[in-house]
Design a protein around this ligand. Structure first.
Ligand SMILES: [Ca+2]
Ligand SMILES: [Ca+2]
Length: 189
């Protein structure tokens, strides 16, 4: 092992394992992937705070093969970015990949799907949020009238307390019957 530079300390690796659904091998692989996005910027070793705070620009992630086809990629990056810009430090990136991974439970995916669909960030899904999500999910194939029908149907069935919005709990009920609302939130790491 001699002069091999370690990327993380034992303690860091243990923390990262505890806060994600990844093995240490996967964490190291994802660090390599992260670093390959911007090798000039991201240091080989993440031992100090400065290295951990390094953020890779949103544009680099958008080009990753995992996200190129994902219609929600801009929203995803924004939701997982600590400062809301869509730029991610390594931990933001790792956590995002973890939520998207096959190991993440459905409830956790649902929590983030809700945040991603909540375009105006007011903590609930209103008619505009639902129309926007439905438009993206159907690749803009629906007319305005058809979108209105979808929104009405979703709210008719899902808005249990009739306040005109879906709460997180109401949304979870909707996706248990319409899983296409959560299918965009799986990627293979
Ligand atoms: Ca909203
Ligand atoms: Ca409601």
């Amino acid at each position: 092992m001699g002069n091999k530079v370690s990327t993380f300390s034992e303690e860091q690796l243990e923390d990262l394992q505890d806060s994600t659904f990844f093995t240490r091998k996967e964490i190291l692989m994802l660090h390599k992937k992260f670093r390959d996005l911007d090798p000039q910027l991201v240091p080989k070793t993440m031992l100090n705070d400065e290295a951990r705070g390094v953020r890779v620009a949103k544009e680099k992630f958008l080009k990753m093969s995992e996200f190129r086809e994902n219609p929600f990629k801009e929203r995803l990056l924004r939701v997982f970015s600590d400062d809301g810009t869509g730029d991610l430090c390594f931990e933001d990136f790792l956590y995002m990949m973890s939520v998207l991974s096959e190991g993440a439970p459905r409830e956790l995916k649902a929590k983030f799907a809700f945040a991603i669909y909540d375009y105006d960030d007011d903590g609930k899904l209103g008619p505009e949020d639902i129309a926007m999500a439905a438009a993206v999910l159907t690749q803009n194939q629906l007319t305005a009238e058809e979108l209105e029908v979808v929104v009405t149907k979703v709210l008719d069935e899902g808005d249990i307390d009739s306040d005109g919005h879906l709460s997180q709990a109401e949304f979870e009920h909707v996706i248990s019957r319409a899983p296409e609302f959560i299918n965009a939130f799986h990627v293979r790491a």
